[in-house]
Design a protein around this ligand. Sequence first.
Ligand SMILES: Cc1cc2nc3c(=O)[nH]c(=O)nc-3n(C[C@H](O)[C@H](O)[C@H](O)COP(=O)(O)OP(=O)(O)OC[C@H]3O[C@@H](n4cnc5c(N)ncnc54)[C@H](O)[C@@H]3O)c2cc1C
Length: 608
Amino acid sequence: MKAQILTSFLIGSNLVNAYALKPRVISPGEKLDKYDYVIIGGGHAGGVVAARIAENSKASVLVIEAGPLDQDEEIAIVPGKAGAIMGTKYDWNFTTVPMEFAGARSIAVPAAKVVGGGSVMNGMAFDRGAASDYDAWNDLGNKGWGWKDLLPYFKKHEHFHPPPKDIAEQYGITYEASAHGFDGPIHASYPPFQDPLSLPWIKGLNSLGIPKERDGHNGRALNVFWSPNALDPKSMTRSYVKPGYYLPATKRRNFHALLGNTVTKVVTKKVGKKIVVTEIEYTTGPGAAKQRVRVGKEAIVSAGAIGSPRLLQISGIGPSALSKSLGVTPVVDLPGVGSNYQDHSYQFVFNFLTNSTQAPPPTDAEAAAEYYANKTGPWTRSGPTLFAFLPFKTFTENATSILSSWKAQSPAAHLAAGSSTEVVKGYSKQVEVLTKRLATNLMAMTEYVWTGGSVLLSAQHPLSRGTIKAASTDVFQQPLIDLRYGSNPLDYKVLADSVRWLRKALQTAPELAALGPIEFAPGPDVQTDEQFAANFAGSITTMFHSCCTNPMQPQKIGGVVDDKLKVYGVDNLRVVDASIIPLIPGTHIQATVYAIAEKAADLILRGR
Ligand SMILES: Cc1cc2nc3c(=O)[nH]c(=O)nc-3n(C[C@H](O)[C@H](O)[C@H](O)COP(=O)(O)OP(=O)(O)OC[C@H]3O[C@@H](n4cnc5c(N)ncnc54)[C@H](O)[C@@H]3O)c2cc1C
């Protein structure tokens, strides 16, 4: 791919080269020899952290991103086309290895390869977890990462727009202004089109004793609630890192971005007793010459939940045995790198609504015409704005016994073979934290996404843990990605009970039963735990929330970064992206990624 360098340059006092350049596109030869901060990956978190650091005009910042800039194509910015970007040139197009407990299937794991990363590719659902999800991070030993600590960063990136009056009245959309930010770069708004079948779903849940929360953004992302999309209400297009952070940053003279360049190695050196990152090695493509840039202060790895652990591993920062098997000299033995892989898997329950009086939805051509003519209609909505996140005891009487079974399991029993003692200890601690919090009604266990009859069920706190392993030192060869869905059999048990509850809800809640739902998949033949497990193994797939592969937790329990996001054992290296999440929160994770990146930038700017 043709290398692109977008730039704006610096007169930073601490720069080696004394270019006095205006913002413009330059050739690779014009890059500086050394930058204070080199950010690897200009994706979602990387784009935010780079732009924020560059607000300090004295700091020189270079972002190296493997992908290009999107060109405002429909697939990037039109809500109704969200998802169509998967499988294109903006996707790394990763697939898993055959997954042992998921029918030996390999599945696609979309991962963005474009400026703004997942913020360009995602479904624009824009919500936060419950307070308990983040307080659990604190429980693991991470000071400053509880709900109250993160709330200012959730607000900082957000520009909230209250719902239009007519929509709010028709659908009962409520919000709490105190939970929101009003001047951040990312617009959060409610599309003018909502699904009329949302109303019987809310009423049905209410009649089963599940309350509607005023606002899921206030720490109670539980039960049923409305939530905005990452949507600019003026243009009715996606609100994301490129317009919100990246383009404004390119106007700064101290900000450079090197696009279409892939980092191949974090180069370290022993200085006294310390390991220090001295250079970053990168290239324009397979077989092309490798180049280097010097790191003045810090390197920040923001290559995503798959890219970041892989890059650390091929740089000798990771499990030493893996480094050696790759022919890499180990730099720091960090067994947690590439472990602890978590995701929200999902399973559909498909229903026909035999009594629905809803008119058939418009065709794609009609929806497109309406969108382009008036910026109204179904294409203004990318995905769900109504959420149901149910606490464990809400949907199964087996919650207590399942939690007891979790605690009784031998921690190593279901982890990947060869997991280190530290990783096993970390997992054990995570189970302890989760079982305590899931026993309350303050943490969600299953998300139910109502799609007007059919329902997508997603396990929010899986016990299965996957792995990412570099297959070779070649960054252009895909790593071994193993989500290991179902490796802990209790995950399938939880999901089976989630489906059972849904079936009952659809038949007993009067507002839902009135729609005449008839299930056609998994279908009435699937009843026992064993039948469910077999069904899930054949169909379960990703909800695209890969995370947790460089967990922030103490090193002795398999952590990779500390609570300042600094990599253990390396003096000037941080990781800032979804990989640092220790426990996946019960939410779609993009707002959490924004908050992580905002907090990281704050730590860096304050010299922490
Ligand atoms: C298909 C999809 C749908 C989703 N839907 C939603 C949703 O509706 N709501 C929600 O809340 N969340 C959603 N998410 C999740 C959310 O968008 C992601 O979790 C988040 O964007 C990840 O951010 P990140 O910074 O960790 O990684 P990324 O945004 O993936 O950034 C990593 C960047 O690093 C670059 N990179 C990787 N390796 C290298 C290298 N060696 N050299 C240089 N650059 C490199 C990549 O090209 C990429 O740009 C979705 C995700 C996907 C993939």
